[in-house]
Structure formats: structure tokens, C-alpha cells
Design a protein around this ligand. Structure first.
Ligand code: ADP
Ligand code: ASP
Ligand code: MG
Length: 448
């Protein structure tokens, strides 16, 4: 393991020049930080997603492009418009124009991913210059050379061995010379076509690079002072957690704590890399350290909420005493690369929940999957649910742990209840319009 730290800065942290300067100071203050991963500036990826997925007139497209250009131009101006940076930014603007107006953009997932990659490619270019202007030698590096994935555009699956190979070959030799600034979220497949890792994927990039470079720590700098007992946007009673275990953090990320991309903890766990989460605006306030073991293992650590869940119930009398039926259902689900979260079964039916954020790759996969399932059995699809999860420790093994949770939720209709397959979570499917209240009431009972 190397004395190396990877620092990742999210969208709000690199939203403008002043925010980028805060980040640059954080980088400069830790000599162990040799790799920096940046997101696109706040709002840019949303605009790019809109351009990639929405039917628009030429004028509407130009309006969205202008929103992006205004953000980037303002940063460039604050940097004093150095010619080299301006020229490179201009080339990216041209690519942005070309792709946004491309007649096949709405149909071609491969083109969409090139378009989506432009946000991170612009912010990393500008952030390298911010570092250089603060006398910190920095180089902008194309993440696509290292983050190798399969060819699932929009949701590329990283190839861990190839990433390690490329990182050792291309990144390691550079680290003594300069701080390497690279793009989160962006990768490429084996034929070097641009791919992306799914929304929020920059955290995952940072963890993958930390793993590939044998780093000791990985810092996720964002707009909150750590991982909280629940999303501070749901209740102002949420408070930051000084420590979390890998297992707890993985559950939180999986079950909707947006502060960490769902897969972030996977590389960290494999290589025992400690992960820090803190605020780039207020680094002095500290944050959350996520490590293999924690000092304390409370029954209740946090509450998460994941929106936009669909519940799919498959039903057929053929299931009665028919071994192998479940495997047929899950074979279809596996074929479409869908991950199921909660599952309950009865004599002739199986209900499961899947993630379904609007406009996502998932949403499309789900539609195709449901069609396939219909060939096998009756399928009922229910929308409008959120998944609320309590994350903690030893939740199965001690009396009273779950009853306290149920007492707090007695006024709510719980559509589905699942004890996790491990002792770290308990999840409920609730009506989407009630989930704020459910989280607040649970938080009050368990943490206030
Ligand atoms: P970034 O752009 O830095 O990646 P994100 O918006 O992806 O930032 O993630 C940070 C946000 O995650 C916070 O502003 C907060 O609203 C949300 N969040 C959800 N759950 C939690 C939690 N348990 N602790 C902290 N933040 C959370
Ligand atoms: N820019 C990408 C997004 O907004 C990735 C990230 O910020 O992590 O989803
Ligand atoms: Mg994020």
C-alpha cells in the first residue's frame, strides 16, 4: 500500500472558480494527494442528460448549450482566460454543439455517452489550471485511458484488472511529477469508445483509482460535512456521523444515501482503503471516516431513502410445487442486467422491487424486462413507491430492535417489509408521497 490519497470533488465543489479554489487549497494542504477526480460543475450533467434524451427544437438545444457554456466561460474568465485552456475548452464546446445537434443523438447510446463526458472533461481542464495558478503543478489526464469498462453505455461495468493494469502503466509514473487531475464518471470500452458509469459515478471512479493505485485513503469532498444520520435535506435534525464501517456505508450507499454512489464502497472494501467524506467548503469541520472496523456498533446508525421504486409482482399457478420457476424469472432479470432489491414470495407469486429513476438506463431495461416476464406469467407493476431503510448492526439478533422501528411507523401503510440478508438493514416500501414523513418520524424515534 502506498502513502497515497485520492481526492474527489463533486459538482457543487467545482461549481465555480471560488469553489474550485477551496478544493485546490485542500489538495495543496495534503502532500499525499497526487490524484484528483472531479465531477462536472453543478448543473452541467443535468443539462447534458436533457440534451441526450429530450426531443427539442434547434433553438431549445442552443438555449441548453448556452447554460453550460456560461458556467464554463465564467470559470475561464476568472482564471484570466489563458490561451491554452481557452483553446481546449473551445474544442470541447465544438464537440458539445456537434453531438447535441446530431440527428441520431436520441437513438444512439454511444453518442450519448460522449456527450455526457463533456461535463467532466471541461471541469477537469479548468480545475488543473486552478491548481497550476496556485503553484501546485497539475496535469489534466484523460480518464478514458484507465477506466476500462464493458460496452454498456450509460452504465459501464468497470473491468478491475484492466483498470489496475492501465493505472500502473500510465498513471503511477506520473505521480511524482504532478498532481494528476482526471474526470470522474467517464470511462471507455475495449474499443476505446467513451462510456459512463451511471449518475453520481465520480465517487466510484475515485474508489476504483484508489484501488488500482493501491492508495491508503480516498477522500470524497462534497457539500455536506460527512455522512449524516439521514439526508439533511429531509430533516434539519440529521447530524454528521464521525465514523462508519465499510458494511454500514455500503448499505447506506446501496439504499439511497446519495452522498456516495452505490458502488463506491466495493473497491474500498476489497483493498481496505479508508474513505473520508467531508465538505470542500468547510474542511475544518472534519467529516466521516469509513473504515473496516468502528469503535461502536450501534443498532441504529442511519436511515436512507431511495425514490422511484417499482414493485413488480409475477404470478402464475404454474409456480405451485414447480421447482425451478424462480430461476426462470431471475434468469430474465439477469439477462437484462437488472438488480432486484427486495423480494418476497408466496405460494404462486413473487414480488420484487427495482430501481426506476425517470430517464435512466434502468427505466428502459425495466420496460424490456417486464415484456419478457409477461411471456412467462402474469405481471403486475405498481409505481410510486419509495424505499426507506434503517441501517445498523446486529439488527436480527436482539429483541426489541425491530419493534422500536415498527412502533415509530405504526401510522403508515407499509407495502413491503424486508429484513436484509445481512444484519445491517431493514427496509420498507412506502407510498412515495409519505416517505419524507416516514423518515422524519423514524429519525425522531431512533436518533433525537
Ligand atoms: P456531489 O455532487 O458532491 O457528488 P451529491 O449531491 O451527489 O454531491 O451528494 C451530496 C448530497 O447527498 C447532500 O447534499 C445530501 O443532500 C445528500 N445525502 C443523502 N443522504 C445523505 C446522508 N445520509 N448524509 C449526507 N448527505 C446525504
Ligand atoms: N457528473 C455526473 C453526474 O452528475 C457524475 C457525478 O457527479 O458523480 O451524475
Ligand atoms: Mg454525487
Amino acid at each position: 500500500m502506498n502513502q497515497l490519497n485520492i481526492a474527489k470533488f463533486g459538482g457543487t465543489s467545482v461549481a465555480n472558480h471560488a469553489a474550485m479554489q477551496n478544493c485546490a487549497r485542500i489538495v495543496k494542504n495534503n502532500p499525499l494527494t497526487r490524484v484528483v477526480v472531479v465531477s462536472a460543475s453543478a448543473g452541467v450533467t443535468n443539462c447534458l442528460v436533457e440534451l441526450a434524451n429530450t426531443e427539442m427544437t434547434t433553438a431549445q438545444i442552443d438555449t441548453v448549450i448556452k447554460q453550460i457554456e456560461d458556467i464554463e466561460q465564467a470559470i475561464l474568465r476568472d482564471l484570466g482566460s489563458p490561451a491554452m485552456v481557452e483553446e481546449k475548452l473551445q474544442a470541447l464546446f465544438e464537440q458539445l454543439h456537434e453531438l447535441a445537434h446530431h440527428e441520431e443523438i436520441l437513438q444512439r447510446p454511444d453518442l450519448k455517452d460522449i456527450l455526457l463526458s463533456v461535463g467532466e472533461r471541461m471541469s477537469s481542464l479548468l480545475f488543473s489550471e486552478v491548481l497550476n495558478q496556485l503553484d501546485c503543478t497539475a496535469d489534466n489526464f484523460d480518464a478514458r485511458k484507465v477506466i476500462k469498462t464493458d460496452s454498456q453505455f450509460g452504465q459501464g461495468i468497470p473491468n478491475i484488472e484492466r483498470i489496475a493494469e492501465q493505472a500502473q502503466k500510465l498513471l503511477s509514473p506520473e505521480l511524482a511529477r504532478a498532481v494528476i487531475v482526471t474526470q470522474g464518471f467517464v470511462g471507455s470500452d475495449e474499443s476505446d469508445k467513451t462510456t459512463t458509469l451511471g449518475r453520481g459515478g465520480s465517487d466510484y471512479t475515485a474508489a476504483l483509482l484508489a484501488e488500482a493505485l493501491d492508495a491508503q485513503t480516498c477522500e470524497i469532498w462534497t457539500d455536506v460535512t460527512g455522512v449524516y444520520t439521514t439526508d439533511p435535506r429531509i430533516t434539519d435534525k440529521a447530524r454528521p456521523l464521525p465514523e462508519l464501517s465499510f458494511d454500514e456505508a455500503a448499505e447506506m450507499a446501496t439504499f439511497g444515501a446519495k452522498v456516495l454512489h452505490p458502488a463506491t464502497m466495493v473497491p474500498a472494501l476489497r483493498k481496505n482503503i479508508r474513505v473520508f467524506v467531508g465538505s470542500s467548503k468547510e474542511p475544518e469541520k472534519g467529516g466521516t471516516w469509513i473504515a473496516k472496523d468502528c469503535q461502536q456498533q450501534p443498532h441504529y446508525r442511519a436511515i436512507t431513502r431511495r425514490k422511484d421504486q417499482v414493485m413488480v409482482t409475477v404470478k402464475t399457478p404454474k409456480m405451485l410445487y414447480a421447482p425451478g420457476f424462480l430461476s426462470e424469472i431471475f434468469a430474465i432479470i439477469a439477462k437484462h442486467n437488472i438488480s432486484v432489491d427486495l423480494v418476497t414470495t408466496s405460494e404462486i407469486s413473487v414480488s420484487m422491487t427495482i430501481d426506476n429513476p425517470p430517464n435512466s438506463v434502468r427505466e428502459k431495461l425495466n420496460k424490456a424486462t417486464i415484456e419478457d416476464l409477461r411471456n412467462l406469467c402474469e405481471v403486475v407493476v405498481e409505481n410510486g413507491y419509495d424505499l426507506v431503510t434503517v441501517v445498523g448492526n446486529n439488527m436480527h439478533s436482539e429483541a426489541g430492535v425491530s419493534s422500536r422501528i415498527f412502533t415509530a411507523m405504526q401510522n403508515h401503510n407499509l407495502r413491503m417489509i424486508c429484513y436484509g440478508a445481512n444484519p445491517h438493514n431493514m427496509s420498507f416500501l412506502v407510498n412515495g408521497s409519505h416517505s419524507d414523513d416516514v423518515v422524519r418520524e423514524l429519525h425522531k424515534e431512533l436518533f433525537e
